[in-house]
Design a protein around this ligand. Sequence first.
Ligand SMILES: *Cc1c(COP(=O)(O)O)cnc(C)c1O
Length: 430
Amino acid sequence: MTDGPSYGFDTLQIHAGARPDPTTGARNTPIYQTTAYVFRDAEHAAALFNLQEVGYIYSRLTNPTVAVLQERIATLEGGVGAVCCSSGHAAQIMALFPLMQPGMNVVASTRLYGGTITQFSQTIKRFGWEAKFVDFDDEDAVKAAIDDNTRAVFCEAIANPGGYITDLDAISAISDAAGIPLIVDNTSATPYLCRPIEHGATLVVHSTTKYLTGNGTVTGGCVVDSGKFDWTASDKFPSLSAPEPAYHGLKFAETFGPLAYTFHGIAIGLRDLGMTMNPQAAHYTLMGVETLSLRMQRHVENAQTVASWLEKNEHVEYVTYAGLESSPYNHRVEKICPKGAGGLFTFALKAGYEGCIKLVNSLEIFSHVANLGDTRSLVIHSASTTHRQLSPEQQEAAGAGPNVVRISIGIENAEDLIADLDQAIKTASA
Ligand SMILES: *Cc1c(COP(=O)(O)O)cnc(C)c1O
């Protein structure tokens, strides 16, 4: 099908990027389980290697199954191109790689997935990159943190561990004024609930491991390019604006225009970092994406029902779901994610740390795992798992205090989830 702009989300999530296999007519996208592709002749090979012609060389760079997923996600996000990667964390490194150099920094929100905080505060230092963490509700602090060496601004649309919604319009106004790209991790929201590019994001990253695949089967990531950033407006982004020695002095921005960043991601990023998504993973994620809108509707509906029930429970101290009127972020739902505040939130038990331990041990439908965005409902007690290395002060700051559990609401029957929570909370609070 032609991906006309007039098609709706539900149509595009099934069809964008895919066409019947030209050889067999196979309706579903085949898993192209191949490492290499035969060149037509030596001239064809040379043109591909010179980036003069687009085509398949080797599956570290491109693969037809992965290419369909890339086009699918780019379309759903309203971007011009996308590069899929082996995991969400790979996607974050891939997103920063063309922008950063030793000595450069990324201004990042304090409210991020725990693994991202570790990746940014520890691991990227080995590349000579630095992350400056700021409260993204404090616009002046974000402005003040951007300096001459800042090359990216980074946040999540609906941020972990749930309940916080970033005012993307306000943040993109700041990054635009500074001439710096804004990268939005849209994992928890998905393009069904939030389209960061419409709020000024330059790049969108995903852990496709979560809602996009939706069934907890494979890890993957994706970097989507809006195609809207002018890489030649300053000399800050030489990877995209200056001659590239490995391709005979080709300038990505000049040669590929709005697709410069995507081509760089494949031709340099995947070529040299090798964080490639494999075609099996792309297949599972393509199957998941087909039902994204239906699942997200149910995730949101269930989360709203369960959060409202929890808020009234006498053993519960508070619930942080932005879909609740009591949330300080409730007013941003309409603007940033009008179809709902997602399926992820935290709640605090009056019974404290020991109560939370009993709770996770007593739940029967909820699985105690370090994951989110599954069809299954999931729970984790951060203070005894993902955040156990942190001091009590750091745990509180991260919204992961000793009496807090995070839940990822699945698409089961809401009444069963409530019954399960009810029995476990009673046991925990006895
Ligand atoms: C899971 C997650 C990541 C990391 O993705 P992986 O696929 O586990 O590498 C990044 N950001 C968010 C918001 C996540 O939930």
